[in-house]
Design a protein. Sequence first.
Lengths: 350, 397
Amino acid sequence: MKRASLLLLFAVLLGACAQILGIKPPESRPFPHRVHVTKGAVTCVQCHVGIMNATDADGMHMPDTAKCVSCHAKPHDSRECSGCHGLQYVREGVEQDLDHLKFSHATHDKRLKGNCAYCHRGVTEDSDHVRPPMGICLSCHEHQDDFAEARTCDRCHKDLRGEEVRPESHVAHDGDWLREHGNRAYSARDLCSTCHTDRYCAGCHGITVPALPETMAFDDPLRAGVHRAGYVSRHSLEARTQPGLCTTCHDTGGFCGSCHQRMGVDVSSGGASPHPPGWLSVSGGRNDHGPAAWRDPSVCASCHSGAGEQLCVSCHRVGGVGGNPHPAGWSSKLRPTIDQPCRLCHQGAP
Amino acid sequence: MRRVVVGSSVASAIATLLALEGIASSDPYRLRIDAIGYTQAPQSPVGLVVLQGDDKANQWVDAEALTWMGNSSFNGNADVLTALVRLHDPRNYGELRLGRQILTVGALRPLHLDGADARLRAPTGTSFEAFGGVPVQPQFGYHAWDWATGARAAQSIGRDTSLGFSYLQQRSDGQLAYDEAGFDFASSPVPVFDLAAHGVYDLIDPGLAEAGISVAGRFGELRPEIYATQRSPSRLIPATSLFSALGDTPAEVVGTAVKWRMFPRLDLLPTLAVRDTAGDVGLDATVKATLRLDDRGGGALSVEGRRQGSGPDRWSGARVAVRVPVAARVGCSTELELVAPDDPRGRGSLWPWGLVAIRWVPVEHWEVAAAMEAASTPTATREVNGLARIGWSWGAR
């Protein structure tokens, strides 16, 4: 009984939320293509006059009110039909296609012989989504061969970068893309660069980026970003959780130090120490800095680079309080008495 | 002094905008200018003018640039992020890129470089790339012998598989900073399956600096991914740093992420990862739900919960973000975040952060946005910040 009540409650909630979840069509009026074609026996070209000879230089071939009233002799309203019937974004999509795609209805009709529904499959489903998605194009056109040949999408797209749209049916940036994109991009720079310019990559990976894209687009909170929301508050937590990750973008030559100085979280400028109690002891107390440095030396380097390194070798040297800093089995092809940083300790060694 | 810098930057931007409005008149060029200001982000007033543009006037030449000026918290008062000319044959069998650029060459780390990058590609699927130049340094912190050079050779196998090998040597002040070799592999043998892997081997302190593998599938509305990474921080910092002598303590992660379009307008993204950081093993998890409020996704609501249960600093957090178009040219958004560290260490037990923003497109090409941000952080009990942006774009939608 209780289970049945819960199921009923779930069904009622689902029904109530059906529209917002996209299960039920919205209240606006998509154009009823199917009714016109099946019940009215209206052919596509009766409304979309001249479409069969249209090239990508032609206009939209959308019917106007005069065309509608040629059949619907007594319209229920004196306003433009397109004001209510048909969704605005569908028309905008058609305009975008005209702007951005090399497409000719005339060429396609030679093969399909008037079978418009072969591509416009939404017509048969009474959907307003009658623009064929790219997946339909790919069912005939071997675009992978085109791409393999010329490494561009120019055969169909006039200027893919200028479109600034995301593909829906292929190369979709699904899942946790921010984490995943690097691994995918290593082998596919050609593919990435068909849409993304160098400056797109530089927006995050540039050494002197003044503000990340998500910071610039503060009015779009759904935009993915590596330092979203209150990142400044939690940056120390995240940095310690993922050792080395910060280094993949930030230089270790003072990026952290410059901000810590401004914030007053920096001993060298007379501010508070960012290190918790028990960080350093030379008299046998807690010495948390050791495990932290082993775990992620890049965090240490981000503040203590340059002259700060001398601080470490004052203790961590053979015969010093900290002893030999090298772990067992450590090796390097650097020349100990010549190369940095070896010569900090090894200069003058026999 | 800062006010003067910010003021002059904004004035320059307006003058540039007015000048460009007159000259912008043909199609292959795209320009965008944004002027942005924060009252204290982070912790000092910031004013920036960002100018970016590119053109594709001919089949064989592209050019692009991204510059900024103003007062940045970290990077001085101006810099060029990219200024690049790309020469290539129309079928892209050969390409030469000259100028300041971001180099992403196989598994090598992205390099910000002043230099040249040349690529050749054979119809057989073999490609070769070589690059060289001076790595970009913040605030002109260059040394006499700073340079980087490297190469990548790759082979495509069929349409859906590629394998590449790359090499980088970078010197700072003449000293060897990076010397590493990498491989990258990607394959999609069937339409529902993707595999990508990479690895970088440090040749100075021999060992794996970084490696990763990701396997993803596509099954209707479901896209599961399994991944694993290993990162060795001591090998990711330059070998000229004393801290590179501390030796190798790699951090390893194995995880999964599943994107599920549960309903036409509702996406779920749960992720789960096991992290091993120097023997400290823990579990990280997130669940994110995104509900589009209309078919086009103009309005959307996102709710996210997160638990960082690995590493020395564990925490839990929640985030809610809403974007609503309230009129044809006006949109509102808000974003709220709560973070609760397991061990506050006197920094406050809850760190809330919130932002309310409004965006207005007064006329075509122009865009204005303003926001108010408030937070309680580990270093400040109360912090309020105002943000504003004005943008002008031409040539792109």
